[in-house]
Design a protein around this ligand. Structure first.
Ligand SMILES: [Cu+2]
Length: 353
């Protein structure tokens, strides 16, 4: 029995990426990712405290704008944005990024039995009032609410930090200013806008709520549509580019908010709840035919090259990595990141779509 176990471990270790053997033991005791409102008040407070702890710990990435451990995660996302969005490794990259962020949260006191909580957008699409009242935006045990209203539209996008956002106006946008309530009131960032990492453009965290973006792109109808898609290529294309991925970003970021800046959107702590639900949606889709879908990946290698005019599709061996220096960098192949209880992962969701 013991011998068999040891042999199994040796096999797994030899199959893993170099230097990562310790992360690839069999998953025996998965932790659970829960919806934000399923956490107790105490857990919500602990989670927020862990995020704030990360924002005070020293960072490791060798960039002028990186001032905290939290910034490391913004920076690695920013540096890789053009290679990990609107491509086949969009989902595996963000799965890995979330898992690394989760470990950092644990080192800051977050509960090791609970992973990165998620924001199930479909619970907040009924009315604008219910969206605004979402526990995610609670000003005591949530992430705070909207910024003050700043007039403007797509042809008037000169606010610092704006990156272009949606290619159309969001007429219902209701904010645009700095976040002034909740635990992250007054939060500042030096990373960005866009791919600027010199630290010369300190800015506030901005929100610009757009309820219709959530209702129209991230409601249960769009989730169910995604669950019925026949293959990973269509699932990736539709959800990454047109439905709930942009829907969640624009609902919080609108035209002028930080969540709309593709490069530095992880600056907004809500990013991690949004992407946890993205990962949950992917896993929900994978679980419908897991034997096939734990090995399934496709989609372009090059940014938005969905017709393969510029290059091939990704494969199971396409590299996926996170971290900007040797101490924190982790390297995998896409095929190692397709199952949430294999390879470097060992977690569950409390509910699936
Ligand atoms: Cu991203």
């Amino acid at each position: 029995m013991l011998l068999n176990f040891a042999a199994g471990v040796a096999l797994l270790v030899s199959a893993a990426a170099p230097g990562l053997a310790s992360m690839c033991f069999p998953c025996r005791n998965p932790y659970v990712r829960k919806e934000w409102r399923s956490l107790s008040n105490r857990e919500r407070e602990q989670y927020i405290a862990a995020v704030k702890c990360l924002q005070t710990k020293p960072g490791t990435a060798p960039l002028a704008a990186v001032q905290s451990r939290y910034d490391d995660f913004i920076a690695t996302h920013q540096a890789q944005t053009d290679f990990v969005h609107f491509v086949g490794i969009f989902y595996p990259f963000h799965r890995l990024l979330l898992a690394e962020y989760e470990k950092a949260l644990w080192s800051c006191g977050w509960n090791r039995r609970l992973g990165q909580p998620y924001w199930d957008w479909t619970l907040d699409t009924a009315t604008e009032a219910s969206f605004l009242a979402s526990p995610v935006f609670d000003t005591v045990r949530g992430f705070g609410s909207n910024g003050a209203f700043i007039p403007g539209n797509l042809s008037d996008i000169q606010l610092p930090g704006h990156m272009g956002g949606p290619p159309f106006d969001l007429p219902d946008r209701s904010g645009g200013g700095c976040v002034t309530d909740g635990p992250f009131a007054g939060m500042t960032t030096r990373l960005g806008p866009l791919n600027i990492s010199t630290g010369t453009t300190p800015r506030c965290l901005r929100r610009d709520f757009s309820y219709h973006s959530l209702r129209d792109f991230a409601g249960l109808d769009k989730v169910q549509q995604a669950m019925n898609l026949p293959d990973f290529g269509h699932f990736e294309l539709i959800t990454d580019t047109t439905t709930f991925h942009p829907g969640g970003h624009w609902a919080v970021g609108g035209l002028y908010g930080t969540m709309t800046d593709t490069y530095v959107s992880p600056t907004d702590p809500i990013f991690w709840l949004h992407h946890s639900n993205m990962d949950r949606a992917w896993w929900s889709w994978q679980s419908r035919d897991l034997a096939k879908r734990e090995k399934e990946i496709s989609g372009p290698l090059i940014f938005f090259d969905y017709n393969n005019d510029l290059g091939p599709n990704v494969t199971l061996s396409t590299p996926v990595w996170v971290g900007l220096n040797e101490d924190t960098r982790v390297d995998f192949e896409a095929g190692q990141l397709l199952h949430i209880r294999k390879g470097p992962f060992c977690y569950n969701y409390d509910h699936l779509y």
